[in-house]
Design a protein around this ligand. Structure first.
Ligand SMILES: *[C@@H]1O[C@H](CO)[C@@H](O)[C@H](O)[C@H]1NC(C)=O
Ligand SMILES: *[C@@H]1O[C@H](CO)[C@@H](O)[C@H](O)[C@H]1NC(C)=O
Ligand SMILES: *[C@@H]1O[C@H](CO)[C@@H](O)[C@H](O)[C@H]1NC(C)=O
Ligand SMILES: *[C@@H]1O[C@H](CO)[C@@H](O)[C@H](O)[C@H]1NC(C)=O
Ligand SMILES: *[C@@H]1O[C@H](CO)[C@@H](O)[C@H](O)[C@H]1NC(C)=O
Ligand SMILES: *[C@@H]1O[C@H](CO)[C@@H](O)[C@H](O)[C@H]1NC(C)=O
Ligand SMILES: *[C@@H]1O[C@H](CO)[C@@H](O)[C@H](O)[C@H]1NC(C)=O
Ligand SMILES: *[C@@H]1O[C@H](CO)[C@@H](O)[C@H](O)[C@H]1NC(C)=O
Ligand SMILES: *[C@@H]1O[C@H](CO)[C@@H](O)[C@H](O)[C@H]1NC(C)=O
Ligand SMILES: *[C@@H]1O[C@H](CO)[C@@H](O)[C@H](O)[C@H]1NC(C)=O
Ligand SMILES: *[C@@H]1O[C@H](CO)[C@@H](O)[C@H](O)[C@H]1NC(C)=O
Ligand SMILES: *[C@@H]1O[C@H](CO)[C@@H](O)[C@H](O)[C@H]1NC(C)=O
Length: 745
């Protein structure tokens, strides 16, 4: 009776669940519900419809068969953001012909149960996070035509059992963490047209048997650790369109007749191996060639004429030992689809042909660095307006950079370093607003660098080793996008370090060394919180080492040597995590700390500072006595001279307020440098503002000192107003007179 009730209930339930069908298969629905139960996260609600109010054949991503009604034949959940393991119940969907789970976040192992799917033809699990081995049982899915497991975290070796999948046309298992070698049995998969085993940490030699894959169109075994030679049989597979063995450790010569044997070739990727010999002239016979990537090998000899390859888009032969006159690129003007030309680091000579500007209008990158070519940059830009990258670094090019460079307004990376360019940089540089990397280093450029101030997207600016002169434009220091490196070293810049340097808050490396900069390190430098390397050596900077530098907690390498810094070595230097410190050849005095970097003699230098004491014993300095203490209070008279900063230029305002203070140190050194302070505007300030603005008259903000006192500068709370404060030392005769004189002024 009970059983009968249950059966009645069961049939009613079945009827309710699947009102439209009578031959529903509960195996499939259970398998699918288990599939759904395994999913941990379904951010897009891809499986919302997988509920029993709807027939499973109408569920999202499910397709049922025509012949076998109500049996699932296809699951397609492409790019649904699903997270979780793949349920082993998938093996119960015995009518499945196609599974697409590409671009989700499936994790865990690929279940062996997948091997039960004897009807499966198409399996795409690419771009997920599957781990573990490729399931051996996959080899039982004897109808498989397409396997893609690309871009997962699969490990272990490629199961040789897969060679039984004789119907397989596409085997794509690259971008995983596999190990071992390519199984020779892969050569048994003679139906294969696509074989992608790239980026999979495979090693060993390329099996000769791959030459049996006579239907192959796409071969990519690049970016592995393969050794030995390239089996010559591979060059006999005339159907090949893409031939990629790049980034391995292969040693071989390329057959001279490659272009005749592979007449359909579109992509030849051999870069990053140890290949030798000549570049075969027969390449010009493979008239469909679009990509020739031979860079980073040991090819020798001249460059054959490939100007007839009208489809050519990529031509990279950089970093070989090709010996030729650069004029060979003239023949490439017929390659009207060329986008990428990288031929540097070869033994190229001759003069840069002006025909370079007649090359393809699609050219986006030209790199001819580190060769021996000479000549000038052609005057007109011609077809090259689309260039995003131009590197001519490390050659013997000379003359002026033509103003037409400003027409390269798409350029992101421009490297003209290490040549003999002269004269000013053209003002048309202010058109190059997209520049990200700019190097003009190691040339003979001179003049101002004002025209770079429109380059507001720069990440890296290198102007080192030139003859640039004049003050550093505040606008350059305001290029706050610069985050990798700002290198102005070995030029002839004069004047102060602009306080705008504080805008470089993302900057990692600042090198202003070996110029003629004077004055004080601006307090604003303490806003460059990302600094790891700071080189200010070999200038005429002065003042005490500013306390504000203690904010630069990421600083690893600091060089202030060969300046006129005086005063004590601040304690915070021993608290930073410095790895290198050079304070040599200044006028520092007083006690050398013994902690932090000062513990290791090999990591710092203090040579050429005459009045130091203490420190670790290896320094052989005299012990400190009380008289070494540099600090002494005295009566100071402070005059405020407020100034306003406008457009980065300091306008002095006028003498305004007088304050007497009993505080702080005597101003120490004479210096002829005094900013000229003239102006006609008044500024109302409270005493508290004043004290706060220049950091309580900390030496950091000294901008100059004279016979009777020192001038400090500071930024007021509104952060746009720069003020200058003069501190007079009343204990020096004549100081009060000088003060009165300035008041009158
Ligand atoms: C459902 O499918 C399974 C596996 O193919 C089969 O054993 C079972 O007989 C089917 N049931 C129905 C009701 O079709
Ligand atoms: C079940 O799926 C249908 C769409 O097929 C949807 O409208 C309904 O909200 C779902 N029910 C639940 C409880 O998720
Ligand atoms: C991958 O899937 C995500 C959704 O999870 C989607 O936003 C993205 O566009 C997909 N990527 C590709 C290349 O299809
Ligand atoms: C479905 O698959 C699971 C896991 O492989 C298995 O335990 C279960 O017995 C299967 N169910 C059916 C109805 O075949
Ligand atoms: C791979 O998956 C990630 C994460 O869903 C997505 O951002 C990316 O676009 C996918 N790539 C491809 C090639 O599908
Ligand atoms: C894998 O295949 C072997 C050999 O056919 C079989 O014995 C085993 O049950 C299969 N494993 C699963 C989980 O299907
Ligand atoms: C498969 O390949 C291996 C190694 O190349 C070979 O020894 C074997 O005879 C091949 N098997 C078949 C069935 O072709
Ligand atoms: C490549 O193989 C060499 C030995 O041949 C090994 O030392 C190295 O770690 C391997 N590199 C990778 C990335 O697998
Ligand atoms: C470019 O092609 C034209 C016609 O196809 C040919 O006459 C000329 O010699 C070629 N120029 C170069 C430099 O190869
Ligand atoms: C600046 O770029 C524009 C296109 O944005 C171009 O038309 C103009 O000729 C360039 N000016 C100079 C001086 O190169
Ligand atoms: C570049 O700067 C100049 C002023 O030097 C300005 O007039 C011009 O509009 C700027 N050009 C671009 C493209 O931003
Ligand atoms: C000092 O630093 C050097 C370089 O980092 C290191 O090799 C050496 O061991 C250090 N010496 C001491 C005593 O820590």
């Amino acid at each position: 009776m009970k059983i009968l009730t249950f059966l009645i209930f069961f049939f009613i339930t079945c009827f309710l669940i699947t009102p439209s069908t009578s031959s529903s298969n509960e195996t499939d629905v259970l398998a699918l519900l288990n599939f759904k139960a395994g999913i941990e996260l379904d951010p897009l609600g891809a499986l919302n419809s997988w509920n029993q109010t709807t027939h499973f054949c109408n569920w999202n991503g499910i397709q049922c068969g025509h012949m076998h009604h109500n049996r699932v034949v296809e699951i397609n959940l492409l790019s649904q953001g699903l997270v979780g393991p793949l349920s082993p119940h998938i093996g119960n969907l015995s009518f499945l012909r196609s599974i697409t789970l590409k671009n989700n976040s499936f994790n865990g192992k690929i279940p062996q149960e997948i091997g039960m799917l004897r009807r499966l033809k198409f399996l795409d699990l690419s771009n997920n996070s599957f781990v573990g081995a490729i399931p051996r049982n996959l080899s039982q899915c004897s109808n498989l035509v397409h396997i893609s497991l690309v871009d997962n975290i699969l490990s272990g070796s490629i199961p040789s059992e897969l060679d039984s999948l004789y119907k397989l046309k596409k085997l794509l298992i690259g971008k995983n963490d596999l190990s071992g070698s390519i199984p020779p049995s892969t050569g048994n998969l003679t139906s294969l047209t696509y074989l992608y085993l790239g980026s999979s940490s495979l090693n060993g030699e390329i099996p000769e048997s791959l030459a049996q894959l006579q239907s192959l169109v796409y071969l990519n075994i690049g970016e592995n650790n393969l050794t030995g030679t390239i089996p010559h049989g591979l060059f006999n597979i005339s159907t090949i369109i893409t031939f990629a063995v790049h980034a391995n450790k292969l040693q071989a010569e390329i057959p001279f007749n490659i272009g005749l044997k592979l007449p359909n070739l579109e992509g030849l990727y051999l870069g990053g191996n140890q290949l030798t010999g000549l570049i075969p002239p027969s390449l010009s016979n493979a008239s469909s060639l679009e990509h020739i990537v031979l860079l980073m090998n040991s090819f020798t000899g001249p460059m054959p004429n490939i100007g007839g390859l009208s489809h050519l888009q990529t031509f990279t032969i950089a970093l070989n030992q090709i010996q030729d006159d650069i004029s060979f690129i003239t023949s490439l003007t017929n390659c009207t689809n060329l986008q990428l030309l990288e031929i540097g680091d070869n033994l190229l000579t001759g003069s840069l042909p002006t025909a370079i500007v007649n090359m393809s209008t699609y050219l986006s990158s030209i790199a001819i660095s580190n060769t021996q070519i000479h000549g000038k940059i052609p005057f007109g830009i011609g077809n090259l307006v689309g260039l995003t990258r131009l590197s001519l670094q490390g050659n013997y090019l000379d003359g002026s950079v033509p103003p037409s460079i400003g027409e390269l307004y798409n350029v992101r990376e421009l490297d003209l370093g290490g040549n003999s360019f002269t004269n000013q940089i053209p003002s048309s540089f202010n058109n190059l607003t997209w520049l990200i990397l700019l190097s003009l280093s190691r040339n003979n450029f001179s003049g101002s660098i004002q025209s770079l101030s429109n380059c507001t997207n720069l990440l890296d600016l290198d102007l080192s080793y030139n003859n640039f002169n004049g003050p550093i434009p505040p606008q350059i220091m305001s290029l706050s996008s610069i985050s990798i490196s700002l290198n102005l070293s070995y030029n002839s810049f004069v004047g102060y370090i602009p306080f705008e340097v504080g805008f470089l808050s993302s900057l990692t490396k600042l090198d202003l060394s070996n110029n003629r900069l004077s004055g004080f390190i601006p307090r604003s430098l303490s806003s460059c919180l990302s600094l790891q390397t700071l080189y200010l050596e070999a200038n005429s900077l002065e003042g005490e080492i500013p306390g504000g530098l203690s904010a630069l907690t990421g600083l690893q390498d600091l060089d202030l040597s060969r300046n006129n810094f005086f005063g004590p070595i601040p304690r915070f230097l021993s608290e930073l995590r410095l790895e290198k410190l050079n304070l040599s050849h200044n006028r520092l005095q007083g006690e050398v700390p013994i902690l932090g970097i000062f513990r290791n003699r090999t990591l710092f230098s203090l040579d050429g500072n005459e009045q130091l004491c203490g420190g670790i014993t290896e320094l052989n300095l005299p012990p400190c006595s009380l008289s070494n203490s540099p600090s002494q209070n005295s009566t100071l008279l402070k005059i405020l001279i407020p100034a306003v900063v406008s457009g980065g230029i300091l306008f002095a305002v006028s003498v305004f307020l007088v304050i007497f203070l009993y505080k702080r140190r005597m101003a120490r050194k004479k210096s002829p440098i005094m900013p000229s302070l003239i102006g006609n505007q008044f500024l109302r300030l409270s005493y508290a503002d004043l004290l706060k603005a220049p950091d309580e008259f900390n030496e950091t903000n000294l901008v100059g000192s004279g016979r009777y006192g020192s001038v400090y500068k500071g930024i007021l709370d509104d952060e746009t107003t720069l003020i200058a404060v003069k501190v007079l030392n009343l204990s020096i005769r004549g100081a009060s007179k000088s003060f009165l004189a300035e008041c009158n002024a």
